[in-house]
Design a protein around this ligand. Sequence first.
Ligand SMILES: [Fe+2]
Length: 265
Amino acid sequence: MSLKIFPKKKNTAAEIVCDLSLINKTDLANIKRTLNEFGMVYFRNQNLNSKQYLSFAKKIGKPALYPRLKGLNKKFPEITVVQRKKKDKGPSFGEQFHTDSSYTKKPPTFTMLFSKLVPRKGLANTEFSSQYLAYENLPKKYKTQINKLSGTFSSKGPIAITTVERVKEKGKLNKELKANHKLVKTIGKKKSIYFSAGHFIGFNSRQNRKLNELKKYLKKHQIKKKFQFSLEWEKNQLAIWDNRSMLHQATPFNGNRIMHRITIK
Ligand SMILES: [Fe+2]
C-alpha cells in the first residue's frame, strides 16, 4: 500500500492517508520517519477495534501503563479512556499546554489518541505546539542558557486541577510524582525545548530565583501561534505525537467525547 503524506501549516504536523490495518514494513518505516520529522501525525477514517489499535501501537513501540488512570478493561490495560461528559464542569483533562507524564523519570516517547465519540467537528480540538520550531526560533542567549539547564516536573504542578474529575471517578489517587529532566532534548539531528509549564516547578540550579525571567519567557515563547497546529477531531481518527517535541492541550468545550489513549515507552 502506498501512503500519502500531507504536511500541514508550516510543517507543524502531517496528515497521513492510509488504512492502518493494512500497512506493511515500508509503510511503517514511512510513518515513523514522518512522525520524527513533524512531531505529530494523524490518520482519518480508521476502522480499528481495540485489538487492531493496540497491535498498531505495538508496531510504533512498547506500550506503557499510565500511572494515573485505570485501563479500558482487563484485556486492554494499555488503553486508557479519556472522557469528557456534557455534565462535567471545570476544565477538560489536559486543558493547558503540557507534555505527558513529565513528572515521571521516563515519560512516554509517544502518545496516541483514537477518537471513539466526538462532538461537532471543530468544537473540541487538540492543539499542538512544535518545540522543534520553538527551539529553532529561540534567541541565542536563551538557547545557550537552556542547553545547560535541567528542571523538576511534578504531578501536582499547575495543570493538576484538570485531572481531578476523572481521577475522582475511576482513577487511582497517587501521591505526588516528581522527576528531573534536561530542558533540551536531542532527537536525531534536531533539538527541542522540553518545558511543560503545567508540570514545571523549578530549575535545578542555585540560580533558580534569578531564572524567573527565563521561565516567563519560555512559557510565552513555546506556545506562539506560529508554532501551533490545531487538530480537528472526527470519529475514528487516530493521532500520534512525540512527547519530546510537541506540547499539546485540549480546547475547552461542553459535550460528550471519548478518546482511547495509548502511550508508548
Ligand atoms: Fe496530555
